[in-house]
Design a protein. Structure first.
Length: 316
């Protein structure tokens, strides 16, 4: 009986290994838990196109926005662990949501197999061009006499940035949640909101087009792409919001599949033209392999939870 059981297990393992070696054999889906056009969406589509070219199988990017990315993340967490449903996760889905959402419908550590951290970036404090304050110093002065500025957030990073603007800058805000950062930016342009924080990848094109004005960046120091904008930390010491994106699969995805996806994605991101293309919109290639990415996520949960608590964000 023991030999029979061992034989069956070896047979099953052999099939699994064979399937992993032959991966992929059909369409791959990358779920982006934020709207089309958002920073994670842009990175996912670039990677998806390259994976499609490399594997010779279709790679489709699907946007499943809502609940600060938790809807899309939940969908992948409950998918089959076969490598055909992936997630472009972020610090929102895999760190800050632990602190900001009471009933998170997935475990960011136990329910996923990390593949690769892809990129890092930051955000820009944005207002419409007609806003009375023309720079950061004027904005903080203006905020002292206008205590109910309206703001929108569509990610954990933008929510934390708004909270820091209140706690570190003494700015009075009435904040509303959006399905994604692009939607909040649209309402700033339309005059519905006074301000928001936008990822570099979506903020820079709007600033260059004159539809939004940037007042400061959330990185610890000034960014070379926006050298005329101060780091918000210059006026509000300790202000920092650093964003990251990464590719993940459902937990228990075969190691060979994870390895193959990591190697091919890392190859794509190491290409000079990819790095240059992403750098132009303020997204920096900063890869981590599966094991390091997993450890990084655990540390990020601790850090973002502490930051959210310090900024006075209550789980909702």
């Amino acid at each position: 009986m023991r030999r029979a059981v061992v034989g069956v297990l070896l047979w099953v393992l052999g099939i699994a290994c064979g399937l992993a070696e032959d991966y992929p054999q059909r369409q791959i889906r990358i779920i982006v838990p934020f709207p089309a056009g958002a920073g994670p969406d842009q990175v996912a589509r670039l990677i998806g196109q390259h994976l499609q070219d490399a594997f010779g199988e279709p790679v489709v990017v699907e946007n499943r926005a809502g609940a600060l990315g938790s809807l899309g993340a939940q969908q992948v967490a409950h998918a089959s662990p076969d490598g055909y449903t992936l997630l472009m996760g972020t610090n929102t889905t895999h760190a800050s949501n632990v602190a900001t959402l009471k009933d998170l419908p997935y475990d960011p550590v136990k329910d996923f197999s990390p593949i690769i951290r892809t990129t890092t970036t930051a955000m820009v404090l944005l207002v419409k061009p007609e806003f009375p304050a023309k720079d950061l110093a004027q904005f903080l002065d203006y905020a002292k006499t206008h205590r109910n500025l309206t703001a929108g957030y569509g990610s954990g990073a933008s929510q934390l940035s708004l909270a820091q603007l209140q706690s570190r800058g003494g700015v009075g805000l009435v904040a509303a949640s959006y399905r994604g950062v692009p939607q909040a930016m649209t309402d700033v342009m339309a005059g519905v909101l006074d301000l928001t924080f936008g990822d570099f990848s979506v903020a820079i094109p709007q600033m260059q087009g004159g539809t939004l004005r940037g007042l400061g960046v959330t990185s610890p120091d000034r960014n070379e792409l926006l050298p005329n904008l101060p780091a918000l930390a210059e006026a509000m010491p300790g202000f920092e919001t650093t964003i990251w994106y990464g590719l993940l699969a459902p937990a228990n995805t075969p190691e060979q599949v994870v390895k193959k996806l990591y190697q091919e994605t890392e190859k794509i991101l190491a290409a000079p033209d990819t790095r240059q293309r992403l750098a132009k919109v303020g997204v920096i290639v900063a890869t981590l392999p599966p094991d390091q990415f997993g450890a990084f996520i655990k540390n990020e949960i601790v850090r973002w939870t502490a930051d959210a608590k310090a900024a006075g964000i209550e789980p909702q």
